[in-house]
Design a protein around this ligand. Structure first.
Ligand code: AMP
Ligand code: ZN
Length: 661
């Protein structure tokens, strides 16, 4: 390469690495796969080594990317937290073993540990007590996250190791929890997390430990910083020692046979698909501390360890067309329709393209062959176009200027990163608004999902949210695929929803930025909708955790005439917008319930919520003090036990719904 070309390349790489570092650590976002990022960094490292004249003192290759946000309190670590050198192929792993073996002859065992794709933490204990917890920060100082760490129940607050110790590991979010959280966010109209790592990173930095707790984070430990214990002289023994102290330990393999160790790369490249958490590679570590010390560190990573990175699983497929979907707030999102292709465990036929800028960035045309990965191995993401396969008549993709459903001129915001249809009567928005109102995480009307709503709209039986409360059930029973039974069920569900909790009702209205969490915060200050409707922007902004954007959105929502009419109409239909009355319909006050067996399609949690929302008490055991056993299909031992007490009334789902109606 010509020298000035090298200089340009180095500068370009450096600014790219800086940009992605910031996105990743500070905003918990990623635009490129981790594999690509690590490759880029390694490339830069190699060029800087080859051309030291272009090395800068502040190159990102010298530092661990910092995760510290500007408004946090920081703690200096006792010993630095290093990064790891990377290997991108099995040959590079082999090179690592050969290099290490040059330094030491004789038997040399290694640990092979899963490389957890989470967020690293440092837990400091003294005198057997957890004193504080920090992030990795820049490797030297970390961000204080003690209170948030304490919400993870399996992290021991007390251990039997008495001298000061820094325990290090990764905070993770299990995949099933990740799915649950994203479903909830989606139905609240909140942005979904791209992958479990981003979700874990975003969660551990929340300012409210109660919200962190709801995320059900988990962790695994793989090393220590400050540590003294003469009986522990190797990584392998260390992991056992930490396990005995009560920590969850990273899954690992131990061997002195290099071929067996390398074989693990193949085994886990497949095996990782079966885990309930994300791993992005394997870490090989020389086990004996004495040999580790001999081999030593660079300023950034230990020379006695290497991280083998799994390749992101990639597929190539044809982009058939782009759909433009209109959400409940009117936001228009382009969605790629793809020729179905198998990728890392599922068949992918759609991928969001986010906005017009993303289409431009990718230079996408209809009919193109696109490269697809699963970002964070979960959400399909188009990362590029295979230009070699572009046909001459590939069509440009034109972002519509008017709403694809109602033809209203779209409004473009934030330099084209957002497009809105601002017609409140847009049929697409109406469908999504009603769907949102009825969804499980807001008002929760069972049986009123997308297809039923569409059917009601098509038959002119509803036009807006408030019409849900005046459905003609006789007519409904006569619609295709419906019947008397489904009409009765729907009617019951609609009836029950009238006394839903105030927070859930407010979340269901579809006020921009007001999901369930925010709605609950609002009901802490306003116990009925009338007082909330009177609140000014300043009143709302004064509430802790309510930002300016949200405050304005609430005021704007209630200054709209149609929204006021909607609330009036809902009230007239019997919807109770009052915390005291809605939470405690009072119908079950003073009564205790145990639920057993399956009751229609209700989950246990939904039933428990219904009982509590109506003032009843839920208990878990059958005893002489119990008032009601709500027994469904396949009720087991609890039903038998309850029969022995003649004071307990045994009721069916039907009896129960009659009571609260
Ligand atoms: P990187 O941040 O990509 O340079 O990789 C280094 C990071 O990998 C460490 O700071 C840890 O947070 C993380 N890591 C995950 N699993 C392990 C493990 N088993 N051993 C050491 N580090 C690990
Ligand atoms: Zn529209």
């Amino acid at each position: 390469m010509k020298v000035d070309k090298v200089k340009n390349k180095i500068e370009k790489l450096r600014s790219e690495v800086k940009k992605h570092n910031d996105l990743y650590y500070k905003k918990s976002q990623s635009e490129i796969s981790d594999f690509e990022f690590d490759r880029m960094l390694k490339n830069l490292e190699e060029l800087e080594e080859q051309y030291p004249q272009f090395k800068e003192s502040a190159s990102p290759t010298d530092f661990v990317g910092s995760d510290i946000s500007s408004d946090s309190s920081i703690i200096t670590l006792n010993t630095p937290m290093y990064s790891l050198d990377k290997a991108f192929s099995m040959e590079e792993v082999e090179n690592f073993f050969s290099k290490v073996k040059e330094k030491e002859t004789g038997n040399m065992p290694f640990t092979c540990e899963l490389k957890l794709d989470g967020f690293s933490v440092n837990l400091y204990y003294d005198n057997g007590e957890l004193i504080y917890a920090t992030t990795r920060g820049d490797g030297i100082v970390g961000e204080d996250i003690t209170e948030n760490i304490k919400t993870i129940p399996s992290i021991p607050l007390k251990i039997s190791h008495k001298t000061p110790i820094e325990v290090r590991g990764e905070i993770i979010l299990n995949i099933d929890e990740f799915d649950r959280i994203n479903k909830e966010r989606e139905s609240n109209g909140e942005k979904v997390f791209a992958n479990p790592r981003n979700a874990a990173a975003g969660s551990i930095k929340l300012k409210d430990p109660a919200r962190v707790k709801a995320r059900k984070l988990d962790y695994k430990i793989y090393s220590v910083g400050l540590f003294e214990e003469s009986s522990v002289d190797s990584q392998y023994k260390l992991l056992e020692y930490l396990r005995n102290l009560g920590f969850k330990i990273v899954e690992h393999y131990y061997s002195d046979n290099v071929a067996d160790l390398i074989e693990q790369c193949k085994i886990w490249d497949k095996g990782r698909d079966d885990l309930n958490y994300m791993v992005d590679g394997l870490v090989f570590k020389v086990s004996h501390f004495s040999i580790q010390d001999k081999i030593g560190h660079t300023s950034k990573f230990p020379k006695w360890a290497v991280a083998y990175k799994f390749k992101a699983k990639e597929a190539e497929t044809k982009l058939l067309s782009v759909d433009f979907q209109v959400g409940r707030t009117g936001a228009v999102t382009p969605v790629a329709k793809l020729n179905p292709v198998y990728l890392a465990g599922t068949t992918v036929s759609r991928a969001t393209l986010h906005n017009a800028n993303e289409i431009k960035r990718l230079g996408l045309k209809e009919g193109d062959y696109v490269r697809l990965i699963k970002s964070g191995e979960i959400v399909p993401k188009i990362i590029g176009v295979n230009l070699d396969r572009r046909s001459e008549n590939a069509k440009s993709i034109i972002f519509p200027e008017s709403c694809p459903v109602c033809s209203t001129q779209l409004i473009s915001l934030d330099n084209g990163s957002k497009s809105y249809c601002d017609n409140l009567n847009c049929p697409a928005q109406i469908l999504r608004r009603i769907e949102h109102f009825a969804s499980r995480d807001t008002v929760g009307i069972r049986g009123l999902g997308e297809s039923v709503i569409q059917q009601l709209l098509d038959n002119n039986m509803i036009e807006k949210i408030e019409d849900i409360y005046s459905i003609d059930y006789e007519k409904f029973a006569s619609l295709p695929h419906q019947g008397k039974r489904s009409a009765e069920k729907l009617q019951k569900a609609v009836e029950v929803s009238k006394t839903q909790k105030l927070g859930k009702l407010i979340a269901g209205l579809g006020i921009r930025f007001v999901g369930l969490n925010t709605a609950k915060i609002l009901t802490d200050s306003y116990s009925d909708i009338d007082s909330l409707m009177k609140a000014t922007s300043a009143d709302l902004f004064a509430i802790d955790k309510i930002g300016e954007k949200t405050a304005d959105a609430v005021v704007e929502f209630f200054s709209n005439k149609e929204n006021i009419l909607m609330i009036k109409s809902l009230k007239k239909s019997g919807v109770v917008f009052n915390k005291i009355e809605s939470k405690m319909s009072g119908k079950l006050t003073g009564m205790s319930f145990v639920v057993t067996g399956k009751i229609e399609n209700y989950t246990r949690k939904e039933l428990n919520d219904l009982i509590e929302d109506n003032g009843g008490k839920v208990s878990s055991t059958v005893s002489s003090k119990l008032d009601y056993l709500l027994a469904g299909e396949n009720a087991g031992s609890k039903l038998e036990k309850a029969r022995k007490f003649n004071t307990i009334k045994i009721i069916s789902g039907q009896d129960f719904f009659d009571k609260i109606r």
